[in-house]
Design a protein around this ligand. Structure first.
Ligand SMILES: NC(=O)c1ccc[n+]([C@@H]2O[C@H](COP(=O)([O-])OP(=O)(O)OC[C@H]3O[C@@H](n4cnc5c(N)ncnc54)[C@H](O)[C@@H]3O)[C@@H](O)[C@H]2O)c1
Length: 259
């Protein structure tokens, strides 16, 4: 049976675990050749090895400009082209606004925002060469609102939405689509409550419309749609995958609340 990504070659940043790993596995199952690109070498090598000959691991720090040229080059050398870039790598940090040092702020901005910028810029030539392609930038619902304790993370995720909008406008005529995926909370190592928090993972989702976190596979399926040709007229768009978390308020004590 034909795969939804037959003929595609995808770099998936942060592919060693979590959502990126799920994307690497699903994309490969749908016919893509994938480059698992991450700073976590051992885990990334294992993911690529378990997928087989259609996957390789490349060490990539998304915030390091020189790493990008090497990884895009290695991708084209190994698989002949680059058609798809999933800018998924990210880190989170929790601190009160007033207590956030510039160093801490920049640590998150460098990975989430600068990493996305560098990934897009470094891939444009190869994507154009392939006749076009798809870039998926992974933001967060924290790029739609402001939450306490998340000044660096939230700022970086707002910026990613901007990178998508500008990229989608500039790159459309080169056949490159750019979209943002905005996960709610997803059951990965990142979603665990930080040290010192007084909520556990279950309490965090109790008041949400769908009272659970999403699975990495549920996010990978959304990324698959944006990567595949079936979304050929979708560009500059924002796909929120959050179980209705940001759709509105679920008010306890009012009709319609499940109790
Ligand atoms: N888990 C959630 O609840 C959630 C919610 C909204 C958005 N997101 C976003 O989804 C994306 C994937 O996160 P996840 O949930 O799979 O978390 P995760 O922590 O399991 O995975 C993140 C991956 O990114 C990699 N990474 C971190 N810094 C890197 C760097 N400098 N260069 C290359 N790779 C790097 C990590 O090694 C890891 O493999 C992130 O952008 C995250 O901000 C996650």
């Amino acid at each position: 049976m034909a795969g939804r990504l037959d003929g595609k070659v995808a770099i998936i940043t942060g592919g060693s675990r979590g959502q990126g790993e799920a994307e690497a596995r699903l994309f490969a199952a749908e016919g893509a050749r994938v480059v698992v690109a991450d700073v976590l070498e051992e885990q990334g090598q294992a993911v690529a090895a378990s997928i087989g000959s259609t996957a390789i691991f490349e060490r990539l720090d998304v915030s390091a400009e020189e790493d990008w040229a090497r990884v895009v080059g290695a991708t084209v050398d190994r698989f002949g082209s680059l058609t798809t870039l999933i800018n998924n790598a990210g880190i989170v940090a929790f601190s009160a606004f007033e207590e956030t040092s510039l160093e801490e702020y920049m640590r998150v901005i460098n990975v989430n925002q600068i990493g996305t910028f560098l990934g897009m810029r470094s891939s444009i030539a190869a994507l154009s060469e392939a006749g076009g392609g798809s870039i998926v930038n992974v933001a967060s619902v924290e790029g739609l609102r402001g939450s306490n304790g998340l000044v660096s993370y939230g700022s970086s995720k707002w910026a990613i939405r901007g990178l998508t909008k500008i990229g989608s406008v500039e790159l459309a005529r080169r056949g490159i689509r750019v979209n943002t995926l905005l996960p709610g909370s997803v059951a990965t190592p990142m979603a665990a409550p930080p040290p010192g928090a007084t909520v556990d993972s279950k309490a965090m989702v109790a008041d949400r419309p769908i009272q659970r976190a999403g699975t990495p596979l549920e996010l990978a399926q959304a990324a698959l749609f944006l990567a595949a040709d079936e979304s050929s007229y979708v560009s500059g768009a924002e796909l929120v995958v959050d179980g209705a978390w940001t759709a509105g308020a679920l008010i306890r004590g009012m009709p319609g609340h499940p109790g």
